[in-house]
Each structure stands twice: as structure tokens, then as C-alpha cells.
Design a protein around this ligand. Structure first.
Ligand code: GLP
Length: 270
């Protein structure tokens, strides 16, 4: 797991958007796994900027979102469909036919989940999966106790997640408006992506960042499953990195990247 510590939120978004841009440039028909929440908002804003200013091309990109609340139609302004259209899709040239967000109004959610997994497989699997992290360590809506082998399915949200999401989106004290259930990719589904990119910022994430980066792999903190993935990158700001024991080492590794590349180039005779 590569840990990149950015100085602040803006630098974090720049690094994360840069990794996604690089993926799109290297493989214009990439399959991107996308996330919602307040954390990726600035990253999406940067991708929109790259599209508008540099012509970053989304026309061959396919997307799969991690999750969606059950019972919210795509037109609801707190649905993840709405969030994605508002922050990214309507500002770039992605083909709407290639966009996938779980359907919170599906009449048969279990059948929908199976279909969603099949669609991911048909698309060739996710090349790069963007992730945030919830206060209890969840990725997507894989709350504590979710099997590390879980697949796309219906989950019941914890009371804390409902409260956090009320505070950030629905409005403080508006917990009764937040759906209690969601369709979410499973941890096993997420681990199948070729590359994982988890982003987090701020003091409120420092404790959970310490747990998932340096603690044991456990279904009680589903983000810790990133430790099992051969190509996962964690980009956090200084505040979120505050409790990491090996912070200086992660910074050192990052500062030596150019040097390492020179050594590898020399060995390869370039
Ligand atoms: C929700 C989403 C997660 C996201 C989390 C964190 O629970 N299902 O995918 O990572 O919120 O949100 P934020 O980025 O607002 O802290």
C-alpha cells in the first residue's frame, strides 16, 4: 500500500485527480469505479477542469459507482445518481450509456445486484476504483462486520453513518431523512479492481486512517482490506495522517520516487 501525504485538501485533490487523469490518458477506454461523499468533490471538480481546459476525453470511459441509497429515485437531490450527475457526469463528455450507478428504486434489489456484478464483469472489470472512507472505516457502504469477500448487495447502515451523512448532506438533526438501507458493492467486489485509490482528509478521519493503514486487516474496519490489494494507493492530507506511526517513512518513500525511477531506468539501460 502506497501512502501519499499531501499538505492540504487542495493538494490531495490535485494528486488524486492526477492519478485518474493518468489512467484515462494511458487507457482511454478505462473502466472507472467512482465514489460519492464530500471527500471526492474537489477531485471531480479538477477532472471537470481538465476536461474543459485540456480536453481530457471521457467519451470511451465506462463508470460504475460504489453505492446508492435504497428508496431514493435518481432525481432526488440526495441520491448518489444526482450527486454524480451534478459533480461530474453532466460536465464531461461521458456517454450516458456507459454510466452505472446502483438503482435504489430497483423492485428486486437482489436481482439488480447480480446484474450489476455481471455488467462489471462484461466491461472487463474496474481498472481504477476511487474510494472514500466513513468514520467507522467503511468503504462504499460496507459497514463493520461486512465480509471481506462480500459482493454487491443490500446493507443496513449503522446509526453513526446515518448521523454522519445527515450532518454532511441532509442537514444537521435530519437523520430521519437519511435512508437506512443501501445497495453497495462488496469488499470482495472492490478488491477485484486492478487499482484502488482511497482518499481522506481532515482531523475527523485521523483515528480511522491510523486503524486501516497500520492496524490489523479486519472486517470491523473494511478499509483495512486495502492491505490485501497488490496495487492500492492512499492519498491523505497532513491532518488525516496525524496519528500514523510511520508517517515519516511514507513521506520519505514519496520523496524518493524520482530517484527510484532513475535507478530502474539505469538498470534497464535507458
Ligand atoms: C458514504 C459513502 C462512502 C464515503 C463515505 C464518507 O458513507 N457511502 O463511499 O466514503 O460516505 O463520506 P465523506 O467523504 O463525506 O466523509
Amino acid at each position: 500500500m502506497e501512502v501519499i501525504i499531501a499538505k492540504d485538501r487542495a493538494e490531495l485533490a490535485e494528486v488524486a485527480a492526477g492519478i485518474i487523469r493518468e489512467q484515462i490518458l494511458r487507457k482511454p477506454n478505462s473502466v472507472l469505479g467512482l465514489a460519492t461523499g464530500s471527500t471526492p468533490e474537489e477531485t471531480y471538480a479538477r477532472l471537470v477542469k481538465y476536461h474543459k481546459e485540456e480536453g481530457l476525453d471521457f467519451s470511451k470511459i465506462t463508470t460504475f459507482n460504489l453505492d446508492e441509497y435504497i428508496g431514493l429515485p435518481p432525481s432526488h437531490d440526495q441520491s448518489y445518481h444526482y450527486f454524480m450527475a451534478d459533480r461530474l457526469f453532466k460536465h464531461v463528455n461521458v456517454n450516458p450509456e456507459n454510466v452505472h450507478v446502483p438503482m435504489g428504486m430497483a423492485p428486486d434489489p437482489a436481482a439488480f445486484c447480480e446484474w450489476y456484478e455481471d455488467e462489471m464483469e462484461k466491461a472487463g472489470g474496474v481498472d481504477l476504483q476511487l474510494l472514500g472512507i466513513g468514520g467507522d472505516g467503511h468503504i462504499a457502504f460496507n459497514e463493520p462486520g461486512s465480509s471481506l469477500a462480500s459482493r454487491t448487495r443490500v446493507k443496513t447502515l449503522t446509526e453513526q453513518t446515518i448521523k454522519d451523512n445527515a450532518d454532511l448532506f441532509f442537514g444537521k438533526g435530519q437523520e430521519h431523512l437519511v435512508p437506512k438501507f443501501a445497495i453497495t458493492m462488496g469488499v470482495g467486489t472492490i478488491l477485484e479492481a486492478k487499482k484502488l485509490l482511497l482518499i481522506a482528509y481532515g482531523k475527523r478521519k485521523a483515528g480511522i486512517v491510523k486503524k486501516f493503514v497500520e492496524g490489523p486487516v479486519t472486517s470491523q474496519v473494511t478499509a483495512s482490506a486495502l492491505q490485501l490489494h497488490p496495487d492500492s494507493i492512499v492519498v491523505i492530507d497532513n491532518e488525516a495522517a496525524a496519528e500514523l506511526e510511520h508517517k515519516d517513512y511514507y513521506k520519505w518513500v514519496y520523496s524518493q520516487k524520482g530517484e527510484l525511477q532513475k535507478v530502474l531506468d539505469r538498470l534497464a539501460g535507458n
